[in-house]
Design a protein around this ligand. Structure first.
Ligand SMILES: NC(=O)c1ccc[n+]([C@@H]2O[C@H](COP(=O)([O-])OP(=O)(O)OC[C@H]3O[C@@H](n4cnc5c(N)ncnc54)[C@H](OP(=O)(O)O)[C@@H]3O)[C@@H](O)[C@H]2O)c1
Length: 242
């Protein structure tokens, strides 16, 4: 459907559920995909399946991000790595979880943006960045204090990056998905007493699939979205329209 021929796209969180679906769609659309995750071993299945190139690094380390990106002429980035943290109230939160959520979801995405955008600017071919945020950044979700704050920070990174990188022909957008049943979410959102009242509030009344999140991400990377930058796009079955 899309043509990403001659475009190198870095996908962080490629060993995860949503990231893996993005890698599959991008490879099918002709992109050269760099599949990133913290653990080289966990990347093996998606790399073997798709032929994507593995690029493991810990995105909480600035030197690791800088060394991994080197002078690779990436055209696009999907910041999909994430840390779900805990379910806790403001009164009970473990502040170490907050620090880790910020380190991965916010600071990590900024570090990747920092070194990737330098290379994108140097290549002079424009490009696109999609940050995988969450509906938790758009509305208050009980129990999600640290995660929500980290993703709201990511949405601010999207807006400011869109302003600063736009003159280089680089578009930057967020997607804000609802729940997908990956290991990150199943322990909480899989519980009947949590799932039912949540889905009762959602016009489409069901959780999303990994592919339903990957498809809008790939669209935002594509030339079909050539005039879209700085948006935070809910993929939430209408949940945040209330
Ligand atoms: N699942 C949902 O319901 C949902 C809803 C809304 C938004 N999101 C967001 O969507 C994105 C993907 O979610 P998912 O459910 O597919 O996640 P997942 O299956 O839990 O995968 C998480 C990915 O992040 C990587 N990662 C974590 N810490 C890292 C670090 N320090 N350095 C490098 N990579 C690191 C993991 O690598 P390793 O495997 O090597 O640790 C893995 O590839 C996340 O940003 C998440 O916040 C998810």
């Amino acid at each position: 459907m899309y043509d990403f021929a001659n475009r190198t796209i870095l996908v962080t969180g490629a060993s995860g559920g949503i990231g893996g679906a993005v890698v599959r769609m991008l490879v099918k659309s002709g992109a050269e995909v760099l599949a990133s995750g913290a653990s080289p071993e966990k990347l093996t299945p998606i790399v073997t399946e798709t032929g994507a190139r593995p690029l493991p690094f810990d995105l909480t380390s600035e030197s690791a991000v800088r060394d991994a990106l080197g002078d690779i002429p990436v055209w696009g980035v999907v910041n999909c790595a994430g840390f779900g943290g805990e379910i806790a109230s403001p009164a009970d939160t473990d502040i170490a979880v907050f620090d880790q959520a910020i380190a991965v979801n916010t600071r990590g995405a900024l570090l990747v943006t920092k070194y990737a955008s330098r290379n994108m600017i140097a290549a002079g071919k424009g490009g696109a960045i999609v940050n995988v945020s969450s509906q938790a950044a758009l509305v208050g979700l009980a129990g999600h204090i640290s995660y929500a704050a980290s993703k709201a920070g990511l949405d601010s990174i999207t807006r400011v990056s869109a302003l600063e990188l736009g003159p280089h022909g680089i578009r930057v957008n967020s997607v804000n998905p609802t729940v997908v049943m990956t290991p990150m979410s199943a322990f909480y959102w899989g519980r009947e007493e949590i799932q039912k009242p949540f889905l009762d509030q959602m016009p489409l009344g069901r959780y999303a699939t990994e592919e339903e999140i990957a498809a809008p991400i790939v669209f935002l990377l594509s030339d079909g979205a050539a005039m879209i930058s700085g948006v935070c796009l809910p993929i939430d079955g209408g949940y945040t329209s209330r």
